[in-house]
Design a protein around this ligand. Structure first.
Ligand code: XMP
Length: 344
């Protein structure tokens, strides 16, 4: 629609005016907002943008690949991938407290991003490094890697602006992590092309920019990812179990045509709980998972989603058949309030 064309064109112009011939970096999270912001800035300044994707190993099945391959294929963006899975697992070792998990994940994310940013600031994408003679011509090229990186692109939306600037004294129920708190010695000016938009407008803009619908219509996903959907300590094995169960639930929801109606569908692994089951002639002693489909307008309040029984049944049968460690599937029927959407 023409309004979105307008918004896209105007935003691209505004980014060009702000950044000029200088360089910017951007952290891709796998979510809608950072993807749309990056795609927009890429259209505005091309190679002057470098995106960083920190693979912390807490994403859902297939999502890292979607960023590393599909997003790059569509946008042609310069992408710097950091495989930090081991580092996050080590940092999270034995930690069970939800807020502690968030702090660790937020802190490690900033450190890894900062390291990558330094490399980019110092080296530049695709340069031969200091003294390397090949590559781009010097001087006039707008995307010259010798230009300093001055800008950090963030997918801040209007509700985020209101929430953080409001100062209403609302209690901080869960500390949400963002890339906001970068260290003092790495100072960037912010480019926030989505600052005036709501989520639905960001999605429309994403479609306008040609992003794949799997990215544009992705349900909101918390920054700390699957790390706060394992109740108990995070381990690689537990992540693998949860990722499989989550993928099945998502697949069946999509197959039923309900993925846009459902606001979010956390699948939660009760990693320290076991229950007895029976499969074939054998007794099992496995873990339960919780399905937490909710409907919502803005995540401030939510209602548990009345998924059709046959969809729930398919999810339950498939998970218990296909994920050996899980022998019990439960559904969370608590609204928010009093429950939050996530379990941690
Ligand atoms: P709750 O669980 O508080 O979640 O009802 C409300 C919304 O926020 C998301 N969420 C987070 N997002 N970092 C994020 O970026 C976090 O630490 C975090 N915790 C919750 C949650 O998925 C829901 O959309």
């Amino acid at each position: 629609n023409w309004t979105m064309v307008n918004i896209a064109d105007e935003s691209i112009e505004a980014v060009r005016a702000q950044v000029g011939g200088r360089r910017a970096i951007c952290a891709l999270s796998g979510g809608v907002d950072s993807a749309v912001a990056a795609a927009l800035v890429q259209q505005a300044i091309g190679d002057q943008l470098t995106c960083v994707f920190v693979d912390h190993g807490l994403l859902r099945k297939g999502e890292a690949e979607q960023v590393e391959k599909d997003f790059v294929a569509v946008t042609g963006v310069n992408l710097h991938v950091v495989d930090a899975q081991e580092r996050f697992l080590a940092a999270l070792g034995g930690v069970t407290d939800p807020e502690e998990k968030r702090k660790i994940i937020g802190r490690e994310f900033i450190r890894v991003f900062e390291e990558a940013a330094r490399e980019i600031v110092e080296g530049g994408p695709g340069t031969a490094g200091p003294g390397g003679g090949s590559g781009r011509g010097s001087g006039d090229g707008a995307a010259g890697a010798s230009e300093p990186v001055e800008f950090l692109v963030q997918g801040t939306l209007y509700p985020d602006v209101v929430e953080s600037g409001g100062g209403t004294g609302a209690a901080n129920i869960k500390s949400h992590h963002n890339v906001g708190g970068l260290p003092e010695d790495l100072q960037f000016k912010l480019v926030e092309p989505l600052r005036t938009l709501f989520k639905d407008e960001v999605r429309a803009l994403g479609e306008q920019l040609g992003l794949p619908s799997e990215i544009v219509w992705r349900q909101p996903f918390p920054g700390p990812g699957l790390g706060i959907r394992i109740i108990g300590a995070v381990t690689r094995e537990r992540l693998d179990v949860l990722r499989e169960a989550d993928a099945i639930a998502r697949e069946e929801l999509t197959r039923a045509g309900l993925d846009r109606e459902i606001w979010q569908f956390p699948v939660v692994l009760l990693a320290d709980v076991r229950s007895v089951g029976v499969q074939g002639d054998g007794r099992t002693y496995g873990h339960p998972i919780v399905l937490r489909p909710v409907t919502s307008e803005d995540a401030m309040t939510a209602d548990w989603a009345r998924l059709p029984y046959d969809v729930l049944q398919r999810i339950s049968t498939r998970i218990t058949n296909e994920v050996r460690e899980i022998n019990r599937v439960t559904v969370d029927i608590t609204s928010k309030p009093p429950g939050t959407i996530e379990w941690e």
